[in-house]
Ligand binder design. Structure first.
Ligand code: GUN
Ligand code: ZN
Length: 375
């Protein structure tokens, strides 16, 4: 059987570990490194699929946890799966629910069997096991599914993380056994281990022996510094097979995307661009811009003078500031569109720099203009 998800390595950048490649899915082939917009509840907040398509999005992300609680995976299955339900014709990836249970649910209790918790919507008792997560993801029908994992806090004790990693490996194996559609849905294992090198090694070794079609790197961007995250990536990506995609979960600041790509990461997702857009913060080539600020009341220039997105081609900072201050929803649509376009365009530039073997120079120039003073 051909695996549902494949990765084609086109080239590795000359001076870094960055990879130019293609993610091959049942709903299209997409260039990597790539950024995946997040549509937690089967919708990238405020944007239509046509808009996401027009800005060049390839794979979008959704959440098992949210769709399980509402509307329920059976309704999505009845619609013909997530692609049909939300009218998105390109790739879809779902997170397993583990992370969301840990961040949203109340009274959670982790056992070998799975996680008991209280539903954050109505307080009812729920239980999520590795098999249940897979059943829900099989019913939702994304191209890429995640195994149920535990994402321990970055500064948790060695002893705890060691036990947690071993359990996440057992959960990954149980998930793989429960998976009903390996021919058209690819299941990824998630490497954990916090900041401990030997635990990341153990986790990667356990998962690689199970031969997943792709590997996620979890447990990062959870409060550690950028330097710590880069350090973990430095020793983690080399543990993963060259011929499979690597996905760094929940990371979406411009600097972290560049630094992750340099370390051989192929896929990223984050709510950051759309979340900050909704309170009027924009990502620009000159750094973050809080367009709500009074300073922009008379500024009739675009959000970013280096951006050619729909928002920047057609609307001014002053107009967008007015919309957001007046609670007009069009304002947050315009900032959401721009922020996603900004990151998708950034990844395009990163791919070009890998092609041209000048990614470190690109990083230097980008960081300088963006206002980062890191090495
Ligand atoms: N999203 C961000 N980080 C994580 C993680 O460690 N695990 C899962 N399942 N999702 C994530
Ligand atoms: Zn723009």
């Amino acid at each position: 059987m051909e695996p549902a998800i494949k990765y084609r390595l086109i080239k590795t950048e000359k001076h870094t570990g960055a990879r130019l490649g293609e993610l091959i899915t049942p709903h299209g082939t997409f260039p990597t490194p790539m950024f995946m917009p997040v549509g937690t509840q089967a919708s990238v907040k405020s944007l239509a699929p046509e808009e996401l398509d027009a800005m060049g999005a390839g794979v979008i992300l959704s959440n098992t946890y949210h769709l399980w609680l509402r509307p329920g995976e059976q309704i999505v299955k009845e619609a013909g799966g997530l692609h049909q339900f939300m009218n998105w014709k390109k790739g879809i990836l779902t997170d397993s629910g583990g992370f969301q249970v840990f961040s949203l649910a109340k009274n959670r209790d982790i056992t070998e069997e799975g996680v008991h918790f209280k539903n954050h919507l109505n307080g009812s008792k729920m239980f999520l096991s590795p098999e249940k997560a897979i059943q829900i993801e099989n019913d939702l029908g994304p191209d890429i599914m995640m195994s149920l994992d535990e994402c321990p806090p970055f500064f948790e004790s060695y002893d705890y993380v060691s036990k947690s990693v071993a359990r996440t490996s057992r959960w990954a194996e149980r998930g793989l056994k429960a998976h009903q559609h390996p021919d058209y849905q690819g299941l990824f294992g998630i490497v954990q281990g916090a900041g401990f090198k030997d635990l990341r090694e153990q986790s990667a070794k356990d998962l690689v022996s199970l031969d997943f079609p792709g590997y996620s790197i979890g447990g990062l961007s959870v409060g550690e510094s950028k330097a710590e995250m880069n350090h973990v990536l430095d020793f983690t990506t080399p543990l993963l097979p060259e011929n499979k995609p690597r996905y760094l979960m929940g990371v979406g600041s411009a600097d972290a995307l560049i630094d992750g790509a340099i370390r051989g990461v192929d896929m990223f997702d984050c709510v950051l661009p759309t979340r900050i857009a909704r309170n009027g913060t924009c990502m620009t080539s000159h750094g973050r811009l809080v367009v709500k600020n009074a300073a922009y009341a008379h500024d009739f220039g675009p959000l970013d003078d280096n951006c050619d997105c729909y928002t920047c081609r057609n609307f001014s900072r002053a107009y967008i500031r007015h919309l957001i201050k007046a609670d007009e929803t069009f304002g947050l649509r315009l900032t959401s569109y721009h922020n996603l376009y900004f990151l998708l365009h950034l990844m395009k530039q990163v791919r070009q720099a890998i092609q041209d073997d000048n990614l470190l120079e690109f990083r230097q120039d980008f960081f300088e203009m963006y206002g980062f003073n890191q090495k």
